[in-house]
Each structure stands twice: as C-alpha cells, then as structure tokens.
Design a protein around this ligand. Structure first.
Ligand code: C2E
Ligand code: MG
Ligand code: MG
Ligand code: MG
Length: 291
C-alpha cells in the first residue's frame, strides 16, 4: 500500500472494529473487564533526534485488545474512563507496565527514557507523587528515565497542591512534558511557573508546516519560547521528509511520527532498535500499526 493510503485507512481503526468497540465501551463493565482480564497492551513509539535519527526515548501509548482480536485506540476509551473515574487505575497500570519495560531496556540497550501520559484526574489524587515513586522503586528505575506527559489543557488551571506535586517529582529528577502544546490556553507567564522540562508541539502545527507560513511562524515562536525558558522541544506527528527538513531548519531538535516509526508492541520495538543499529542509514518509517 502507498503511504498515504496506509495513513488514511489504518486496519486497526476500521469502522467495523470501532463500532464493535464503541458498543462495548459504552458500559463501565467493559473497562472493568479489560483491567481484570488484562486486555490492555502498552505500545511504544520512538522519539528521535531529528539531525541523526538516533533514538532518544519512547512514548508509551495504551491499546485495548478485544477478545475478537480487534484493537481499540485510546481516543475511543480514555474519555469514557475519565468520566467514570477508571482512568486512575488505567494510568497506574500504564505507569507500572512502562517501568517494567524500562527495567528490561536498561539491561539491553533500549531507550534511555520512557514517557507516560497522565490524566488530570490522576494528578489530582493526593497519592499521585507516592504512586509514581513506588512504581520507580518497585522496578528499580531511575527517576531520570521517566517522563510524564500532561496536556496543556490538563495543566491549564492547576491548583497550588497539584503544582507542588509536579515540583516534587521534578525535584526527584522526573521529566515533565507539556503535551499537545499550542492547542490549549496556557499564558506565557503561567508556563514559566510550571516545573516542566519539555514542550511537545502539537501535530496540528506540523501537518501543514511546509505549505502554511503561519504554522511555520507559530512553530518558530515555540522554538524561541523553548530556548528562552530552557525547555526541550519535541515535534509530534512528523509524517514526511519535507516536514522533518522544515523542522530541522527551524532548529527543532527532536521529533516523533510515522516518518520514523509508528507505535509498536514491546517485542517489535526491540527488533526496530536492532534493525536500526544494523542499518544506521535506513530511515524509513515502520512499526506495526496501520500496516
Ligand atoms: P498523545 O499523547 O498526543 O499521543 C500522540 C498520538 O499521535 C498517538 O495516538 C500516536 O499514535 C499518534 N501519532 C504519532 N505520530 C503520528 C503521525 O505521524 N501521524 C498521525 N496521524 N498520528 C501520529 P494514540 O496512540 O491513538 O493516542 C491518542 C491519545 O490518547 C494520546 O495523545 C493521549 O492523549 C491518549 N493516551 C494514549 N495512551 C494513554 C495512556 O496510557 N493514558 C492516558 N491518560 N492517555 C493516553
Ligand atoms: Mg502524549
Ligand atoms: Mg500529543
Ligand atoms: Mg494528543
């Protein structure tokens, strides 16, 4: 299949699977069952340095494997789980699983850092810092090997208590990324106060960066913002060589996207890393999803 066809019709997101999935996830029981029967899978998408395409880390992305074999994407159940409160248990499962993977990678030359998406409700829990600390301790992971991604929307109106939690984690050495940056409403003075280490430029600015001069201008502004605030910068959703070159010329250091690799299961990531080490010149995107 041509790349564009693959992008527009990923097999796992077919309407049939989606219809079946939606019918199931309408009920809380579906999500309870998913947890109880171990139906969640944690997939990983590489983050690379844009200049030499070296692996800098991975983002952990949850999938729900239905008994029928279909795979449900997070956008179809995370909001349901946020509404019924199950997101906290789900996020905790993800955190533990990501740390477990990290422990294996530490011994086998895998990515140096794993990023986990955290819901606002999870952060709001009194035990949040303890939960993260315990996951790190349980698997013997250094705090510097963990990054927490929170969306700009989730961080928009944090109370002092939640800010203190992020600061405590930051002081421990955990990295904190502002996800989907540019789509929310955080003011510059507010961002400056947040104990974050990284900005992730939302995919919507990358989509048309080659042709749309205002998207390029926004990105350029985010680059200088990151420089002035001493933050790392990652571009999300890079799909073409042209987008990548454009980002390099704008001085964006790191990126993530189908151009480099799609999210993939643990075992496949291992193969991807080995393939990369054996053929350092091969930059073609790969990964299980949507093939
Ligand atoms: P996100 O954290 O912004 O993750 C990036 C999303 O963009 C992922 O979708 C990823 O597969 C997709 N993506 C990456 N590169 C490309 C590209 O080049 N082209 C296109 N078209 N898409 C790309 P995914 O895995 O479906 O996840 C969607 C969202 O669900 C995530 O957005 C995140 O907000 C949420 N999510 C995923 N896993 C978890 C989790 O474990 N816990 C929580 N709370 N939320 C999660
Ligand atoms: Mg994310
Ligand atoms: Mg994002
Ligand atoms: Mg997103």
């Amino acid at each position: 299949l041509a790349r564009t066809e693959r992008v527009q019709h990923p097999t796992f997101y077919s309407t049939n699977v989606q219809r079946q999935a939606l019918a199931q996830i309408r009920t809380e029981a579906g999500l309870h069952e998913a947890l109880a029967l171990d139906q969640f899978e944690l997939w990983y998408q590489p983050k690379v340095s844009l200049k030499d395409r070296s692996l800098s880390g991975v983002e952990a992305l949850i999938r729900w494997r239905l008994p029928s074999g279909g795979l449900v994407p997070p956008n179809n159940f995370i909001s349901v789980a946020e509404r019924n409160g199950m997101i906290i248990q789900i996020d905790q499962w993800v955190l533990a699983k990501a740390c477990e993977s990290m422990r294996i990678w530490q011994a086998h030359g895998g990515p140096a850092q794993v990023a986990v998406n955290i819901s606002a409700q999870h952060l709001a829990q009194d035990e949040f810092v303890t939960t993260v600390e315990q996951a790190l301790l349980r698997f013997g992971i250094s705090p510097t090997a963990l990054e927490l991604e929170l969306t700009e929307t989730a961080l928009a109106d944090l109370g002092q208590k939640n800010l203190d939690k992020l600061r405590a984690l930051r002081n421990m050495g955990v990295s904190i990324a502002l996800d989907d940056f540019g789509t929310g409403y955080c003011s510059l003075s507010y961002i400056h106060k947040l104990p974050i280490t990284t900005l992730k430029i939302d995919k919507c600015f990358i989509d048309n960066i080659v042709t749309d001069t205002s998207d390029a201008a926004v990105t350029q502004t985010i680059v200088s913002l990151a420089k002035n605030f001493h933050l790392n910068l990652v571009a999300e959703g890079i799909e073409t060589e042209e987008q990548c070159q454009c980002l390099v010329s704008l001085d964006v250091e790191a990126g993530q996207g189908y151009l480099f690799a799609r999210p993939m299961p643990f075992a496949e990531l291992q193969q991807w890393i080995e393939g990369k080490n054996n053929h350092p010149a091969a930059n073609r995107g790969s990964g299980a999803e949507g093939r």
